[in-house]
Design a protein around this ligand. Structure first.
Ligand code: XMP
Length: 424
């Protein structure tokens, strides 16, 4: 991103799965970095005027792969693997400060200041709209825009009723505290009506997605013409989709769905240069609470994905209550004290399998509830968390006594692959 510190290092990806680790390691040492594919042409590299290039996934005998870069006369560092963080950090540090003579002026504060002036310059005195989900990216995006153009941003938060216990209220309260202009649309019943009787998970997702757009559109229309639309796209989204991040403003053809339907002139993506952990840190710097910046991944259709089979208000409430117990117990458990890694994501779900149980001397046929807790860095693969029996026992006892209509709870010990994280 030009104008940030005038020092960029490009990480060229030759198939090393560690390209992000390398790019993040460069940034952590105060030099802005971006990732580009192995086929990236020299003319485009030249436009970045990088002070150095790191070749991720190039071994000692791979000269041919990067021979075309030699004429650029830019210092190169080839890394064929990434086994030990400390050794690579040192290697990159020497490359940046000894070979490339970097000054190391990049930091998140610099990014914030740069983005604020870019946003102010782009929007002028116009208005801007943001679809807020309560997830990390859209929340941080809202906080940054509020810092840049405080009275010009409106956030619309469509509460579809599939949020976790008290989540909608907590989001609303956190934004009120930050003086972020938020309109909450309580569309819970409307979403529940739309999915009534629908058991197929893909259809459920589709119906909820379409309803979200319809509700958002109706609300946005009430606000009159707003030329700008903000999205919390982050750098990983861009790298994964093979796109390029060059400017704070993207023309709307790059983004599908909502903005096109609503006819926005311009899309602003102020987080598009940041990795996920940087987005979390930025949120904390902007004063957002931990429950927003440290939030676990959560499906767009929320608990609808965790209520297997046809959703009813009762089944939804069961999963919401069970989930609150799982969350509370896992969050207060001291994993370090028993030498265990805390799970990265944890939740309850309700199956569509009625099982027999006994309550007050009578047989019951309630749906089995499940607990999922996984350890993962990237959510693409995971191992199940080996939760202590005492913790599992506590959660199961609480769920079966405190939540109506639950006679049986199971713990899923499948890793991914073959099992996915969500049960859908
Ligand atoms: P699976 O179930 O495919 O999920 O192993 C991988 C990760 O993605 C999360 N997930 C979603 N995240 N929108 C999201 O932002 C969604 O619609 C969605 N569906 C699944 C899931 O919780 C897990 O962390």
């Amino acid at each position: 991103m030009s104008g940030l510190t005038n020092e960029t290092v490009l990480v060229i990806d030759f198939g090393g799965a560690f390209k992000e680790l390398a790019a993040r390691c460069v940034r952590a040492q105060g030099v802005y970095s971006e990732i580009r594919p192995g086929v990236f042409p020299n003319e485009k590299i030249g436009k970045f005027a990088p002070i150095g290039i790191i070749l991720a996934g190039v071994g000692a005998d791979d000269d041919a792969k990067c021979a075309h870069l030699a004429p650029l006369g830019i210092p190169l560092l080839a890394l064929d693997s990434w086994s030990e963080d400390a050794a690579h950090t040192e290697k990159i540090r020497k490359f940046l400060f000894q070979t490339c003579k970097a000054k190391g002026l990049y930091s998140l504060d610099v990014y914030i200041e740069h983005q604020i002036s870019q946003i102010q310059g782009a929007i002028g005195s116009d208005k801007i709209l943001l679809a807020l989900s309560g997830g990390v990216d859209s929340s941080v995006c809202a906080a940054l825009l509020t810092r840049a153009v405080p009275n010009q941003l409106t956030c619309i938060f469509v509460d579809h009723g599939f949020m976790r216990l008290n989540e909608g209220d907590r989001i609303e309260a956190a934004f009120a505290q930050q003086n972020i202009n938020l309109i909450r649309i309580n569309a819970q019943q409307c979403f529940l009506d739309k999915v009534a009787g629908v058991a197929d998970p893909e259809r459920k997702r589709k119906i909820i997605g379409e309803e979200f757009i319809a509700v958002f559109e109706e609300e946005a229309k009430k606000l009159g013409h707003i030329p700008y639309f903000a999205q919390g796209t982050i750098y990983a989204d861009i790298v994964e989709s093979g796109g390029e991040y060059g400017s704070v403003i993207k023309s709307h053809h790059n983004v599908g769905g909502l903005p096109e339907k609503l006819g926005f002139d311009k899309i602003i993506e102020p987080l598009a240069g940041l990795f996920k952990d940087e987005v979390r840190s930025l949120g904390a710097k902007l004063g957002l609470p931990d429950h927003l910046t440290r939030r676990q991944p959560f499906p767009g259709p929320g608990l609808a994905v965790r209520t297997l089979g046809a959703i009813t208000a009762e089944r939804l409430e069961t999963v919401r209550q069970a989930d609150a117990i799982v969350t509370e117990e896992i969050e207060k458990f001291d994993f370090a004290a028993v030498g265990l890694t805390p799970p990265s994501q944890y939740f309850a779900f309700i199956t569509n399998t009625p099982t027999v149980g006994i309550k007050n001397h009578a047989r019951t046929f309630d749906y089995a509830v499940g607990i999922r807790a996984v350890i993962t860095d990237d959510y693409m693969t995971c191992t199940y968390a080996p939760l202590p029996h005492s913790l599992l026992d506590k959660m199961v006892r609480r769920i079966t006594t405190e939540v109506a209509s639950v006679s049986r709870v199971v713990y899923d010990i499948t890793s991914k692959p073959p099992g996915t994280i969500e049960w859908e």
